[in-house]
Structure formats: structure tokens, C-alpha cells
Design a protein around this ligand. Sequence first.
Ligand code: SAM
Length: 286
Amino acid sequence: MPIDIELNKIYNEDCRSTMSKLPFNSIDLTITSPPYDDLRTYNNHIKTGSSEFNGYSFPFEDIAQELFRITKQGGTLVWVVGDSTISGNETGNSFRQALFFKEIGFNLFDTMIYSKPPRGACGNNSTYWQTFEYMFILSKGKPKTLNLIKDRENKESRAGDKGTKRLRSGELLQVKRGGYGKFGRRTNIWEYRIGKGHSSNDQIAHEHPAIFPEDLAFDHIKSWSNPGDIVYDPMMGSGTVAKMCILENRNFIGSEINPEYCRIANQRITKYLPSDDSKEYGRAAV
Ligand SMILES: C[S@@+](CC[C@H](N)C(=O)[O-])C[C@H]1O[C@@H](n2cnc3c(N)ncnc32)[C@H](O)[C@@H]1O
């Protein structure tokens, strides 16, 4: 189904409004991190110029149903989420959400971990240091794009080897073991350093309180989409997914309900947009 809203644009509205304009089966990949467990208020009551922003709303089940409707057959949703702990009891909302996605038809393709090395004096002294979030990889049917990243150095014999194996009969059997490539598939635990100078070099991005690393967005874009595909972020925040889509030649659509964050995202991505006379852009342009 063709999309008749403008591509490569961040819409300052509730993601349900944006999705209501998107046809069934129209998005190749969604990457997003929702506001979880009210851990942050996201400037819920701010005045911007003449208009007043009266806070975000997060009706999870409605948003999930709409995400399923707009995802193409074989398309993928990356849901990056963590839980808060209230009086020593984790909310478990991330699991509830993952199971709800399954109930409405998504396939839970992989439960991945976004790990962050411990930093700063934070955390709860009475538990092990919390250093990860979940990255639920949900697909509508079997994923149509799987570009698994191979950057884990194989420490095992790479050339392969020959040897002998003694059989129960006592005889020696000549055996040959095939080699490995220099690099193999990475594991499903991805680690990123976070904070200024790590998540993004764009100073303006850090005006948002909860960005995820550009490399995380990049790695998911590479894994589950191809150049020219349409990638959606319903909760665009500082524009991380939009920036990485520009650099990786994907089309993007974004929604961000907060006008101030929408302004930050647009200002951030402007310098990465290709100029009219040159459509040649890519990661090398960073
Ligand atoms: C965790 S942040 C996303 C950060 C983003 N991944 C980045 O790297 O900058 C979640 C964002 O969702 C926005 N938001 C919350 N509810 C929304 C809704 N219903 N529609 C659109 N945006 C929403 C918040 O204003 C907040 O900026």
C-alpha cells in the first residue's frame, strides 16, 4: 500500500495520529524506546511559545495494535525497554508488553539485551548493579530481512584441522574439521557506552533526558532493513533513529509528542540531510 504522508519527516503529534494516516502493511521496520514506568516526566507540562504542551499519553495496548497493523508482512519491530523497581519489586512491564505483542500476532523473534557498562554513582545499593535493558525483536511472520552482523572474532581454529579419532573398535579414523571465517555472528547481548561523547557527538541530542546510542540504532537498522526501506520511530525523542536512517539511506517517519523534543530532533538532523544538488550521503558523511 503506498504511503501518502510525507516521508523523512518528524511529526509533532501523538504517534496514534501519525499511525492513523499510515496504511495497513506499510512499514518495514520500527525501532523505538517508549517512556517506561514513568521513570521520566519528559517535560510533561511546558510552555512553548504561544502553545502549551499538556503532557504525553501512553496507551500501550492501542499503540501496540496500531504498530501491528502498519508493519509489513515480514517487517520487524525493535522495542527497547526496561523496568523500574518500586520498593524492591520490579514492575515487570517489559515482559507484559512483550507478551501482549505476541497475543496480538507478533512473533517474538529474539529477546536481546542492551548492556551498558556501569558508570557514575547510581543504582540501588541493595541489588546487583542494573546495567541492561531488553531489546525485544518482534516480527510480523518470519522476518523478511536478516542481515546478521558478523563482527565477533572467532578464536577457534580458523583454517580447519586434521586429526584422528579412535573408534570403539580400536581402529583410528582420519577426521577433518572444517574451518571458521575470521568473524562470526555476534551474540544477542549488545554493549554500548552511554553518555556524552558515546551515545552521540551531537551536543543538542543530550538536551533530551533519555536517548539511546546512535550505534544501537545503526546496528538494528543494518540488521533488519535494507537501503530504501521505510523505518518508523513512534517516539522519536532527540531524533536518533532519523539521523541514522539518513546516514544509512533508509527513509524514516517519526512521531514525537513533545514540541520541544521535536524541535531538538529537527535541529539535530538538519546538517545530515543531503543537499538538493547531492543525493550522495552515507555513513562516511559523519
Ligand atoms: C525514551 S524517549 C525516546 C528517546 C529516543 N530513542 C532518542 O534516542 O532520543 C521516549 C519519547 O517518547 C515521547 N512520547 C511519549 N508518548 C508519546 C506518544 N504518545 N506519541 C509520540 N511520542 C511520545 C516522549 O516525549 C519521549 O521523548
